[in-house]
Design a binder for this molecule. Structure first.
Ligand SMILES: Cc1ncc(C[n+]2csc(CCOP(=O)(O)OP(=O)(O)O)c2C)c(N)n1
Ligand SMILES: [Mg+2]
Length: 479
């Protein structure tokens, strides 16, 4: 039954072998970075075995594995490729680990903007000017545009699962740097690869490269991202009328401690946490990245609070996703886990509604009943708060913070509007003559009617945004 998911899978056959099988299972899980399963037949629980102290831990267990290292020749070759490129972009994944300082230095030194994968959110500083954010659908405008115009993509510790969507939009030269050879060329034809730990690669690249003059492309990218951030800020700072999701994120940012943990559920909150969470270095985020399983937020938060009992933990979930697992509020109560649950109730499976809206089909199976999550929480012994007006948000989050600080779990049900965030993945770039032209995807126009870029921006309350070619033109980026 477990063969499909387990790297190690054994049934314990004798009571005496139990400690050894469990020990082996733990070792195999670490070795394979995967799942071990030990099946213990019921009757073994009734057998007495001799209580012999057992430990196989070794003094070398804490020693880090040796890591592959880029050679001078490889790094010089890549630096040459970068020199030949006009619009190079880094695509950085979670393999960057804690090397953000080195990456940010290299990005500035070589004038290469950084696009990140979702798992690298928080691993490259959100306020680093060269950080364009995430790409694809759960994305920032600048990341999609900058990526869409790149002629060289350098993936660093990135195993991007949505490559079929964004790596196929246009031709570019592709370089991959990874410490795992099995990742090479998985997502794009490989023009060059460097088998290396990211930190060791960055050290060498910093040593062997020279400071480049300001590049028009880098400047255009940075300004595009700056304007996008200003747009997001203006949305977050509204404080009247109905509650909107941006303001909920403003409040999360306001009360989040510097070492907070965020467990983010699947749905619009994935898009919105990438866009609006202003993550600090000490903070951590967990999402169901590859499988995108709804109902991840609350169990993720429970695991986070058990692993880090002294840290502040958020569960950020939509009403649909939360409904799948809300019975575990009782677990928060039972173990006194002071998790702050933030529920964004829009009475829709909004993430799917947006997909259906973009197809020529009628809505199907996406509307939800309004649930009184506050009352549900209270009935399970968790303090519940409900917010219906933007002006009441701050007080609600203050109350949640105080409750959590007093060691108790809390839930805030924010009744948000059904407003859709701007689908920046519909912005497409093409080269016409000697310049880039931006337009709205054919699929979107087919479903919603013909529209200009300006009309598209206006539809999402984003008239201050400009198409990327404006920035390219302003700084004289050459094709
Ligand atoms: C277990 C599971 N079922 C279905 C899906 C497909 N799916 C992805 S997002 C989503 C809607 C999420 O709705 P909600 O939690 O209300 O969040 P919203 O998008 O409305 O903010 C669905 C059905 C999924 N990812 N996982
Ligand atoms: Mg919803």
């Amino acid at each position: 039954m477990f063969t499909d998911v387990a790297d190690y899978n054994r049934v314990v056959m004798t009571p005496e072998s139990l400690p050894y099988v469990v020990d082996k299972a733990i070792r195999e899980a670490y070795k394979n970075n995967g799942v071990s399963v030990v099946v213990i037949p019921n009757d073994i629980g009734f057998e007495e075995i001799e209580d012999v102290p057992f430990s196989s831990a070794q003094s070398t267990d804490q020693k880090a594995d040796p890591q592959p290292e880029a050679t001078d020749e490889e790094v010089n070759h890549l630096l040459e490729m970068i020199k030949q490129a006009k619009r190079p972009v880094f695509h950085v994944g979670s393999g960057i680990k804690d090397n953000q300082d080195k990456l940010q230095k290299l990005s500035e030194k070589l004038q290469i903007p950084v696009v990140i994968t979702g798992l690298a959110k928080g691993k490259v500083d959100d306020d680093f000017a060269g950080n364009m954010g995430t790409s694809n659908r759960a994305a920032s405008k600048a990341a999609d545009e900058v990526f869409g115009s790149a002629d060289l993509v350098i993936a660093l510790g990135a195993n991007f699962p949505f490559a079929n969507l964004v790596y196929r939009t246009h031709d570019f030269t592709f370089v991959q740097i990874d410490n795992d050879k099995s990742k090479f060329g998985r997502h794009h034809y490989l023009n060059y690869s460097i088998w290396s730990d990211s930190g060791k690669f960055l050290d060498k690249a910093l040593k062997l490269s020279e400071q480049q003059p300001e590049s028009p492309f880098y400047k255009a990218a940075v300004e595009d991202m700056k304007d996008w951030r200003a747009y997001l800020d203006s949305l977050m700072n509204k404080n009247e009328g109905e509650v909107e999701y941006e303001q909920v994120y403003r409040e999360i940012n306001r009360i989040a401690e510097p070492d907070a943990l965020f467990a983010v559920d699947v749905g619009d909150n994935i898009i919105n946490s990438f866009r609006f969470l202003n993550m600090k270095r000490g903070q951590k985020m967990t999402i169901s990245a590859l499988f995108a399983t709804m109902g991840y937020g609350l169990p993720g938060a429970i695991a986070g609070q058990f692993a880090y009992p002294k840290r502040q933990v958020f569960n950020i979930a939509g009403d649909g996703a939360f409904s799948m697992v809300m019975q575990d509020l009782l677990t928060l109560n039972k173990y006194n886990l002071p998790v702050i649950n933030v529920i964004t109730s829009n009475q829709y499976l909004s993430f799917i509604k947006s997909e259906q809206d973009d197809l020529t089909m009628n809505d199907f199976g996406i509307d939800l009943k309004d649930a009184k999550f506050k009352d549900i929480a209270e009935a399970m012994g968790v303090h519940g708060i409900e917010v219906n007006k933007a002006e009441d948000l701050a007080a609600a989050f203050d109350e949640a913070l105080a409750t959590s600080k007093a060691g108790k779990p809390v839930l805030i049900d924010t009744n948000i509007t059904g407003k859709r965030g701007i689908p920046v993945e519909e912005l497409q770039l093409k080269i016409e003559g000697d310049h880039f032209v931006e337009y709205i995807s054919d699929g979107y126009q087919k479903a919603h009617g013909k529209r200009s870029i300006e009309e598209f921006f206006a539809e999402y309350d984003a008239s201050e945004l400009k198409p990327f070619p404006c920035y390219l033109e302003k700084y004289g980026v050459q094709l």
